[in-house]
Design a protein around this ligand. Structure first.
Ligand code: GDP
Length: 494
């Protein structure tokens, strides 16, 4: 399942080959410099251009972050009700929307957009997320200070997807537009970008509209998706994306390893569990089972789908069905020798992440009742079964994040289609997952799953039928962006 076999960066290179900045406080965020010990693959190194871009970004962020004079000036401008030309700092503010996987993907995409447009990336973290991620940039903060009531935009986080000051609404009201005044002076100080699954502002993905948005000092990003593949279809961004990421498959992999570092409490959960259950074995297989309301099927069918998929793609150890054990009649002596052989040279751990205990129970029982072929020792683990999503609860989110990281420490991944939780695990792991297809219309999918062409997440709702004046040639896009395995409407890098 892994992509390529490049060996850069070397194991033991805690900065991940120049991807991470040096010299940050180790104790404040242990995961940042320890993660290389847990990841199994390093399929892509950061290009020299990406490294330079990140270091330049970090310097800009330090200059413009909350607490600096330039930040104060930008907030003043925001209060004035107009954008201004020649502001030294302009911003993209990330807003929370949907579950943890969704949020991580929109953070990564929003940060990429900030890189491409020379903006500063700030996050408006809700109370349920304050202790999930470390500060990513050295010597500064990425948190938008909203609690002190000083930020001039009231009700910053939208309630629904219909947003009054979204780009399209402002276009319709002729408040802003490609034909409007050429200077920023006629442009509002902030604009919402509603580019989540309902995609209210599809024109965001047109070059001529990017020129307009370039004049807006503050962009408020409301998205729950990974939209990087659609940025590649904007002519203005294509060259730079090519230079930053010679391999398109590496975009989210590198950016999420750069940007997202779990805080110490989350890291403790993940690493403690890893050391107890996953470290001793030779091979770890992460299995992530997610059911959506529109795609539920009976648990028996779902379990059969998992097994059928596993057989098709050769993932989980096969069992000697029928045979009671495979010791070859060696009796007690053989058993004794085998249990003494604790090197784990022929052992596999299956890590199950799911809101429910059911599939874990079934898998565990399968390897309890049947021996695995070839005498392989198989253990099945599940860290938690929360029963229901509880995004407003920080402890729940910390466990969810720990599980995303535990999955990402696997050699092999079997994930659920259209789940952003699974997408993030795969791109952090650097693994091309096998994706269980969603049971649309509650029909058991056939085939049960597909092997992903890349470790990239799917942009589940890319712009469709939008007439942009400026677009790169279709062939340029098609060379690197294709339809997703698990969603015929979605697109992904490969
Ligand atoms: P998606 O809905 O599958 O795209 O993923 P999200 O992460 O955006 O939202 C699902 C949310 O449900 C997660 O953030 C968790 O809060 C919860 N959840 C779903 N699956 C799991 C799981 O396997 N383990 C844990 N701990 N929580 C989960």
């Amino acid at each position: 399942g892994r992509a390529g076999t490049t060996n850069a960066p070397q194991r033991g290179d805690e900065l991940l080959g120049g991807l991470l900045p040096a010299g940050m406080d180790r104790r404040a965020c242990r995961s940042r410099y320890e993660s290389w010990r847990y990841y199994k693959y390093f399929p892509y190194a950061a290009s020299p251009h990406l490294q330079r871009k990140l270091r330049a970004y970090e310097a800009r962020h330090r200059r413009c972050a909350p607490g600096t004079p330039l930040y104060a000036k930008s907030v003043e401008q925001l209060r004035s009700g107009r954008s201004a030309d020649a502001m030294e700092c302009s911003y993209v503010v990330w807003l929370p929307f949907d579950g943890l996987g969704n949020r991580m993907l929109s953070m990564v995409s929003g940060f990429l957009y900030a890189l491409l447009t020379d903006r500063v990336f700030l996050v408006a973290l809700p109370p349920d997320s304050t202790d999930l991620f470390c500060e990513p940039f050295p010597g500064t903060t990425w948190r938008l200070p909203v609690d002190d009531g000083d930020f001039p935009v009231a009700n910053l986080v939208p309630r629904g997807q219909d947003i009054e000051r979204s780009y399209t609404r402002l276009l319709d009201g002729k408040v802003i537009g490609p034909d409007a005044n050429a200077t920023a002076a006629g442009v509002p100080p902030y604009v919402y970008l509603s580019i989540g699954w309902q995609l209210k502002d599809p024109l965001f993905f047109c070059g001529e509209h990017q020129l307009v948005l370039g004049k807006v000092n503050w962009l408020l990003l409301y998205s729950d998706l990974y939209f990087a593949p659609s940025l590649y279809a904007v002519a203005e961004f294509q060259d730079e994306l090519r230079r930053l990421f010679p391999a398109k498959e590496s975009v989210s992999h590198l950016l999420s390893r750069y940007l997202l570092h779990p805080t110490n409490p989350v890291w403790s959960l993940a690493t403690r569990y890893y050391r107890s259950y996953l470290a001793p074995v030779k091979r770890r297989i992460g299995v992530q089972i997610r059911m959506f309301r529109y795609g539920t099927i009976p648990a028996d069918d779902m379990f059969n789908q998992i097994l059928a998929c596993s057989r098709q793609e050769n993932i989980l150890p096969e069992t000697d069905d029928g045979a009671e054990d495979d010791d070859g009649g060696g009796g007690d002596k053989a058993v004794a020798t085998r249990s003494a052989d604790n090197g784990g040279s022929n052992s596999t751990a299956i890590l199950v992440a799911s809101l429910y205990a059911d599939y874990y129970e079934r898998l565990r029982s399968r390897y309890y009742v049947h021996a695995a072929k070839g005498g392989e020792r198989v253990a099945v683990f599940q860290p938690s079964h929360e029963e229901r999503q509880a995004t407003a609860n920080m402890a729940h989110n910390q466990r969810a994040l720990a599980e995303i990281y535990l999955l990402s420490f696997s050699e092999e991944l079997l994930t659920s289609g259209t789940s952003t939780f699974g997408y993030v695990s795969s791109n952090l792991a650097g693994v091309r997952p096998t994706i269980l297809l969603t049971a649309y219309g509650h029909k058991v999918p056939d085939p049960p799953c597909r092997r992903a062409v890349s470790m990239e997440p799917c942009n589940l709702t890319p712009p469709k039928g939008v007439q942009c004046q400026s677009k790169p040639p279709k062939e340029d896009v098609e060379r690197h962006v294709r339809v997703c395995e698990d969603s015929k409407n979605g697109v992904k890098f490969f």
